[in-house]
Design a protein around this ligand. Structure first.
Ligand SMILES: Cc1ncc(COP(=O)(O)O)c(C=O)c1O
Length: 466
């Protein structure tokens, strides 16, 4: 295996901190100490742009605003992206261009490009070099049930879950997939009785992730079929319930809602990470899906993983992927392993090093700030509303934090019935609630786009009112 060009913390991208930054950091740390001294240890720190940031002594980011803004503004030598013109179309339904140019109805979106500046800053620490002779075999770990799973990737998955405390990995089989989208299909195959006379129903509570119905039905499988909204499902017999928590599109934490015999639950935990939501427990469901697309932002690497309790289910999922793609790209797995390792390293040393180097801390601050800005715009415009979320104690950060979901489930208040069309007429592209089994008064807005797009979106929302 080729050596990846990893460097120590001191040699990485954050070395570009100037003397000014170091001075600011020191001032900020002292302010933090003062806050602690005055009993505000678990209080709220108001940052430079007005976002309220929960913080405590061990996991806070006292230099938060400076570092987040520096990363956001592209400090540190990377190419600055071209500024967006004020009248540009703001596309917050990322794959809409595919729909426009290919006549395909594209169900998927949520391109998490927002995290790009962080990974640029990580520089060599998250870079791998794969020599031409490497990764040539189909096989990764011939003795493992999932024979195409790279051992290094499996190791980093277990390490990251342990660090965050969001999911049990002990006594679980790991199955890797080409994104959690492939794993989702592998799960349907694995859980469907092969000899049933009727396809098994696949349900999810409304509003559900818009890909579920189309991915379930596009091949017209005889094994499974889309069964609709889980809230109204009441048939006898086998069914599969998809529980997405936090939910795409509305960001709420969810439990299963169907309470009939014969069902199997699949937990899609793509967003159960500290930048989006408080980590309230170390979950140990029988079948859990995760993806680097949302945990680290590396959607293009196309890697997801399933934590599976039952050996036979894990075997059948592995069989599906074997028949579907004869395994999963080793190159992508090696890259994903490196990214997870860099992430864990950045957060594991948080107590001693600069907290803002921790990816989750960085992501949490950014999401907090964006939600504050969006809520402020919505409040001022008076034409829209957003879901409210109560803070909860996060075992990972050690403080109560509010959820800051990856999507905003925006509602057009008043006369507007078709919120997507209304926003499109103001050059804002979103995804109608109808795609999620909900009312067209709602749209889903991605909160994970690049900074300039997000800024323009907020400005555009405000201009609708004026
Ligand atoms: C809930 C949920 N699950 C799965 C996915 C897809 O993940 P992947 O990119 O790993 O296929 C998404 C992407 O938007 C999602 O929102």
């Amino acid at each position: 295996m080729g050596k990846s060009s990893s460097k120590g913390l001191s040699e990485g991208g954050f070395k570009m901190f100037s003397l000014k930054n170091v001075l600011m950091l020191s001032i900020a740390l002292n302010v933090g100490l003062l806050l602690n001294h005055f009993g505000l240890k678990d209080g709220i720190l108001q940052n430079k742009v007005g976002a309220t940031v929960a913080q405590n002594s061990s996991r806070s980011c006292f230099s938060n605003c400076t570092v987040v803004e520096e990363i956001e503004n592209g400090g540190g030598g990377e190419k600055k992206r071209q500024e967006l013109a004020a009248d540009s179309v703001v596309n917050l339904d990322h794959l809409k261009h595919l729909i426009m140019f290919s006549n395909l109805k594209c169900e998927h979106s949520g391109d998490p490009t927002m995290f790009e500046p962080f990974w640029r800053k990580m520089g060599d620490r998250s870079t791998i070099v794969i020599p031409g002779w490497q990764s040539m075999s189909y096989f990764s770990d011939i003795g493992n049930l999932c024979w195409f799973l790279e051992p290094d990737f499996a190791k980093e998955i277990r390490r990251l879950h342990k660090l965050v405390g969001n999911a049990i990995t002990e006594d679980r089989y790991i199955v890797v997939g080409t994104g959690s989208t492939q794993l989702f299909q592998a799960v349907l195959y694995a859980l469907s009785p092969p000899d049933a006379t009727d396809p098994v129903d696949v349900v999810s509570a409304m509003p559900y992730y818009s890909s579920y119905p189309s991915v379930t039905d596009y091949l017209k499988s005889g094994l499974y079929r889309w069964g609709g909204d889980a809230y109204t499902y009441n048939k006898e017999g086998a069914y599969i319930e998809l529980v997405t928590s936090p939910n795409n599109p509305d960001g709420h934490t969810r439990e299963s809602v169907v309470n009939l015999g014969g069902g199997t639950r699949v937990y899609d935990l793509a967003y159960y990470w500290p930048q989006y939501t408080p980590i309230t427990s170390n979950v140990d469901h029988d079948l859990m899906l995760f993806t680097v697309s949302k945990s680290t932002g590396h959607a293009g690497t196309r890697i997801g993983w399933a934590l599976v309790k039952d050996k036979e289910v894990a075997k059948r999922m592995t069989k599906f992927i074997e028949l579907n793609t004869i395994g999963v790209s080793k190159d992508s797995q090696l890259r994903a392993a490196k990214i997870l390792r860099t992430l864990s390293d950045s957060c594991e040393h948080m107590v001693t090093s600069d907290h803002s180097e921790c990816f989750f801390e960085y992501g949490r601050l950014l999401m907090t700030r964006r939600w504050e800005q969006l809520r402020d715009a919505v409040r001022r415009s008076g034409m829209f509303s957003l879901p409210e979320f109560l803070p909860d104690f996060c075992k990972y950060t050690g403080v109560a934090t509010a959820p800051h979901p990856a999507f905003a489930w925006l509602k057009c208040e008043g006369e507007v019935q078709d919120c997507e069309s209304f926003l499109r007429s103001h050059k804002i592209l979103t995804r109608s609630g109808m795609h999620f089994g909900a009312d067209p008064k709602y749209v889903r807005v991605s909160m994970l786009d690049r900074n300039d797009t997000f800024k323009l979106f907020v400005e555009r929302l405000l201009s609708i009112n004026s």
